[in-house]
Design a protein around this ligand. Sequence first.
Ligand code: CTP
Length: 402
Amino acid sequence: MAKHILLIIGGGIAAYKSLFLIRVLARRGIKSTVILTKGGSEFVTALSAGGLSGEKVYTDLFDLTAEAEMGHIELSRSADLVVVAPATADLMAKAAHGIANDLATTTLLATDKRTLYAPAMNVRMWDNPATQRNMKLLQKDGALFIGPDEGEMACGEFGHGRMAEPEAIADTIEKILKGDTTLDGLRGPKPLKGKKALITAGPTREPIDPVRYLSNHSSGKQGYAIAAALGRLGAEVTLVSGPVAIDPPACAKLVKVETARDMLAACEAAMPADIFVSVAAVADWRTDGCAEIKIKKGKSGIPALKLVENPDILASIATAENRPELVIGFAAETNDVIKHAKAKLSKKQCDWIVANDVSGDVMGGDHNSLIVVTKGGEEVFPKLTKTDAARRLAEKIAAELT
Ligand code: CTP
């Protein structure tokens, strides 16, 4: 499905760049719905924004026609990402304090989506402690920032205050929408700075002969998203991954493995770590030896596979001498999810088990419904995209360790 952003154009001279942004995004297949603030409409017109986006432009909170078509709450939830560009000092201040006195600020307060701010203002306004304080408050609430860039400004002064260029904002939007949370150039809180995180992801492959193997349907999406989310919060991430078809987050050091035994060796080599998240769908069994040449049909009938148990990577790391401070396992279950998760928590001696019900289309799909089972109780996450679930888990990890 085509991706879709909600673009709030604030009142600044940089508003004209946001018109370019709409075009750049459209060329990349990303649709923009525009909210034009009163200030924004002093710089660009709803007609030009609407012409470029091919969509109705929303301007007024109390526009009954617009409310009938799409209420402001619905508008705030309709997109995959909310982008504020240019983000003025005024918009940032209002959003930071939950003031909602027009359509843009009401939408920012009502949205359940990530928000990316591209600030643009005079350098003194940007440097003012009030603006810096507001940025930090917004970041603390999970908002992302790109820019402002340094350079000459429309007012003639020089310094930080120019809105990031549309291509750069579009690159960042694409990264966010793809779930890549490395987000170079973005400011954000880094509560896990100085912490090392080790993540396993994807399936393992256990060879039968040189051309055949035993494996499972794991796509690696959830593990990769967790690696990215921890990296975004400042952790130094090693991602030990079985064979998958997705790109690794740029922030992680990727170690590619095939078998469960390789995965365990790679994890041990990557220790010590402060956080271990065992997301991999490790094959529980491997064949008792891999045939050196391809097993041929016919001669001796159907071959019987003798299986032996693979090492339990999670249990090994959880009981290692240099055990990470926080050890998190996953429990893929199709029934009695919490009961099984609790049993795994004690059996594998980990601190949390993240239970997920894989009875539906979770494996390979883009959504997950997670329940974090800890010794103290359970936290149920709503059904979220794997990226959002990863972000929420990473934030919980950060809260635990800081
Ligand atoms: N795990 C592991 N090494 C294994 C098997 C599992 O590290 N050999 C980890 C997984 O990464 C996951 C957790 O253990 O974090 C639970 O995996 P799961 O397959 O749900 O549990 P199993 O221990 O295999 O038990 P069962 O298949 O009987 O449910």
